[in-house]
Write a protein that binds this ligand. Structure first.
Ligand SMILES: [Zn+2]
Length: 140
């Protein structure tokens, strides 16, 4: 015997499922009716993800420009459909990731991490050389 609460939960879940189905159908109809407004999504090229649904651009069928605010400098910038297509399909970026930094901050961040990598590698190199040196001193 199911409790009333269980039944309610089931009904709710069913209703939710129905709504999602209708929304999906509407989106598909819209996709057919509306002219293509951005670069088309090639689903096969997307990085695989284990989540149940799909990001909005997959349902839409094409990428649209997305305005966002940079997390570092607060500048407003637009992540264009073309950049998104590249990010998701060429760079295989995670399907639910979006741009958070403006172009300038992105470059800065990239340079910073390249610089810290360089410093790190130099440190390793120095340690190796020091070890070699002390080894030679011992043997002489
Ligand atoms: Zn910025």
């Amino acid at each position: 015997m199911k409790s009333g609460k269980q039944k309610r939960v089931e009904i709710k879940a069913k209703r939710k499922h129905k709504v999602a189905k209708i929304q999906l159908r509407n989106n598909q109809q819209e996709r057919q009716l509306r002219p293509v407004l951005g670069p088309p999504v090639n689903e096969e090229l997307l990085a695989p993800n284990n989540s149940y649904g799909a990001p909005d651009f997959v349902y839409r069928g094409y990428y649209v420009d997305r305005p966002f605010r940079c997390v570092d400098c607060d500048k407003e910038e637009v992540w264009t459909g073309t950049q998104q297509k590249w990010w998701y399909e060429v760079a295989k970026g995670f399907a639910y990731s979006t741009a958070v930094r403006c172009r300038v901050c992105r470059r800065k961040k990239r340079e910073q991490s390249a610089e810290s990598r360089r410093v790190h590698l130099e440190g390793i190199q120095r340690k190796k050389q020091a070890r070699k040196k002390s080894g030679m001193e011992k043997s002489s």
